[in-house]
Unconditional design. Structure first.
Length: 365
């Protein structure tokens, strides 16, 4: 009797274990699913770009001097022809007054000489034999000489030059734009040829970036790109258009110390009102080199190697199954599937899900 009881107990235990195993086998596995849909997929690559002024002008002073009036600060908007600053002209005005005084003195000397020498009287004295021919000719040459007119002309030329310098002491804006670099302060004495400030024209900004020569053939003028500005309150994304592609590559070193050949690409950004750009700001530039529409697109992470190709886990009639697929265009995130899937198929997002096997019941999360 005791042996019979033990046998029954063992049979019950085996049945319980088998029941648990069966229950575990039929228990649905929870998985996150993706419904396959048609959409677009783009192949892109990204480079760093730098904001530059589309057109900038450095304002110089031809003469220099002491800055007595400074009308602008960095960041100020200016109109073409507006006075930016002015230099001290007191010394120049003094020089003009001094030269004018010299002219008056010379003219007075000349007038006095004309009063002293009466050529008609000298001629009569010469004809009467009272003075010699030499004395008469010296008097005639003195009155007809270019000496005094030449002195006056030279002094007037100096005055004209100083007046021009005075006119140049008022520095005006060559174009409408924004002051981005100011190198002087009021009261500062600057030398001739000193760069005073830089003005970027109202034409706006450009973005310059350098792409690898192997990527360059896919870029063309007029091509639209995506520009991304990092911002603490959220990235700003806007578009731009390729304006110019350099004709010659430049050699540079990569972050790993490898020699690279890169081409400069110039981009015209379409700047939204809520985006603040300044020369020197860095942007991400995204180039789209291929785009396909109406494709069955799945995340790359859903694919796994299978029989010299690729496959995904799909759910059909509530059970997991391996589905071989053929890939099309892909980018860093997604892959287009050109064979093996249909619109509406359910794909398991995590192909490495623990417990996942063919025939496994799947419960969508």
């Amino acid at each position: 009797m005791k042996k019979k009881f033990k046998l029954i107990f063992r049979i019950l235990l085996v049945l319980i274990i088998i029941g648990v195993m069966v229950a575990e086998a039929v228990k649905p596995l929870e998985a996150e699913l993706l419904t396959v849909q048609r959409g677009s997929i783009a192949k892109t690559f990204q480079e760093k770009g730098l904001v530059q002024a589309a057109e900038k002008t450095t304002v110089y002073t031809p003469y220099g001097g002491k800055v007595t009036r400074l009308n602008v600060q960095e960041g100020d908007k200016v109109e073409a022809g507006a006075t930016l600053l002015a230099f001290d002209t007191q010394e120049l005005s003094y020089q003009i007054r001094n030269l004018e005084a010299q002219i008056r003195s010379i003219e007075a000397q000349r007038h006095l000489q004309q009063l002293t020498i009466d050529l008609e009287t000298m001629k009569l004295l010469y004809e009467a034999g009272i003075i010699t021919q030499k004395e008469y000719e010296e008097a005639e040459n003195t009155l007809n000489s270019d000496y005094y007119p030449a002195l006056i002309a030279g002094l007037k030329a100096q005055i004209d030059q100083i007046n021009y310098q005075i006119a140049q002491s008022r520095i005006v804006s060559p174009s409408s734009g924004t002051v981005i670099e100011l190198n002087v302060e009021q009261g500062m004495v600057v030398a001739p040829g000193t760069p005073l400030m830089t003005i970027i024209s109202d034409g706006g900004y450009k973005v310059e970036c350098y792409v690898l020569t192997e990527d360059a053939p896919s870029i063309r003028p007029g091509m639209e790109v995506t520009l991304i500005q990092d911002n603490r309150s959220g990235d700003r994304v806007f578009s731009g258009t390729v304006e110019k592609i350099a004709s010659k590559a430049q050699e540079s070193l990569s972050a790993l110390g490898l020699v690279e050949q890169r081409l400069k690409i110039t981009i015209a950004p379409a700047i939204p009102e809520d985006v603040d750009l300044k020369p020197g700001y860095a942007l991400d530039v995204v180039f789209t080199i291929d785009r396909q529409e109406n494709q069955l697109v799945v995340p790359k992470t859903t694919l796994f190697p299978y029989n010299d190709g690729y496959a995904v886990w799909v759910v059909r009639d509530g059970k997991a199954a391996i589905q071989p697929v053929k890939k099309g265009l892909e980018n860093e995130r997604d892959t287009a599937v050109i064979e093996g899937l249909q619109e509406g198929d359910l794909v398991i997002l995590n192909p490495k899900l623990e417990g996942l096997k063919e025939g496994q019941n799947i419960k969508p999360l």
